[in-house]
Design a protein around this ligand. Structure first.
Ligand SMILES: [Fe+2]
Ligand SMILES: [Fe+2]
Length: 196
C-alpha cells in the first residue's frame, strides 16, 4: 500500500485497538493484510479492502445491551433481537462503525454486515467475498483444512465462499447450535450457482 493509504489506516487502527482486546485487534490486522492479498488477486480496491478488514470486528466485544439498543436506535428489524453476538457483531456492528468511526462507504458497511452471515452469490460483491474469506483464512487460522481452503480461494473466490459456508453450517449443526436462516439461504444459493 502507498504511504498515503497507510496513514489513512493509522487513524482507524488506534480507534479499533481502543475497543478490542489485543488478540482480537491482532486478528483484525491479519484480516486486513489477507484482504489486501485477495483484493489484489481479484481486482478489488486495496484501500477499501484494507479498511474493511481492519474494522470488520470493531463491535465484536460490545455487550448484548449495546447491540439491543443499537437495533432500536438504527431501526433495524426487531427480529434480530433473538440472535446473538455471532450475528450481531456484523449485521449490527456496521452501525457502530458508521456512527463511531464515521465510515459511511456503503460498500465497506455491507462487507461488515455480511461477514457474519454470508450472502447469496448475486448479493455479495467482490469486496464482500474478500472480507468474508480473509476473516476465515487470515494467517493466524489453523483449523483442519485451512490450507485446502486457502488454495481453493486463490483459484476461485466463489468456491472459497461456498467452502466456508458448507463447513460453518456443518460445524454448527454438529454442535447442535442454531443457524441463521440467511446463512442457509446463502449456502443453497451458492450450491445452485456452482452446480453442486
Ligand atoms: Fe467477526
Ligand atoms: Fe473476524
Amino acid at each position: 500500500m502507498t504511504a498515503e493509504n497507510e496513514q489513512a489506516l493509522a487513524v482507524y487502527k488506534e480507534k479499533v485497538a481502543a475497543h478490542l482486546s489485543k488478540h482480537r485487534y491482532e486478528h483484525c490486522l491479519r484480516v486486513s493484510d489477507y484482504a489486501v492479498k485477495l483484493a489484489k488477486q481479484n481486482g478489488v480496491d486495496v484501500k477499501e479492502a484494507a479498511l474493511a478488514g481492519l474494522v470488520h470486528d470493531y463491535a465484536k466485544e460490545r455487550s448484548a445491551a449495546d447491540f439491543l439498543e443499537k437495533i432500536d436506535q438504527a431501526k433495524l428489524p426487531a427480529s434480530l433481537k433473538k440472535w446473538g453476538n455471532p450475528i450481531w457483531h456484523g449485521v449490527v456492528g456496521a452501525e457502530f462503525v458508521k456512527d463511531e468511526l464515521g465510515i459511511k462507504d456503503p460498500a465497506i458497511l455491507q462487507a461488515i454486515r455480511l461477514h457474519t452471515t454470508g450472502g447469496g452469490h448475486e448479493e455479495m460483491t467482490t469486496l464482500d467475498k474478500v472480507i468474508f474469506m480473509a476473516d476465515y483464512l487470515e494467517t493466524g487460522r489453523d483449523f483442519p483444512g485451512v490450507e485446502e481452503a486457502r488454495s481453493l480461494t486463490d483459484q476461485s473466490l466463489g468456491q472459497g465462499v461456498f467452502y466456508q459456508l458448507a463447513h460453518t453450517l456443518s460445524y454448527l449443526a454438529s454442535k447442535e447450535q442454531v443457524i441463521y436462516p440467511k446463512t442457509f439461504d446463502a449456502y443453497n444459493d451458492w450450491a445452485a450457482y456452482l452446480q453442486k
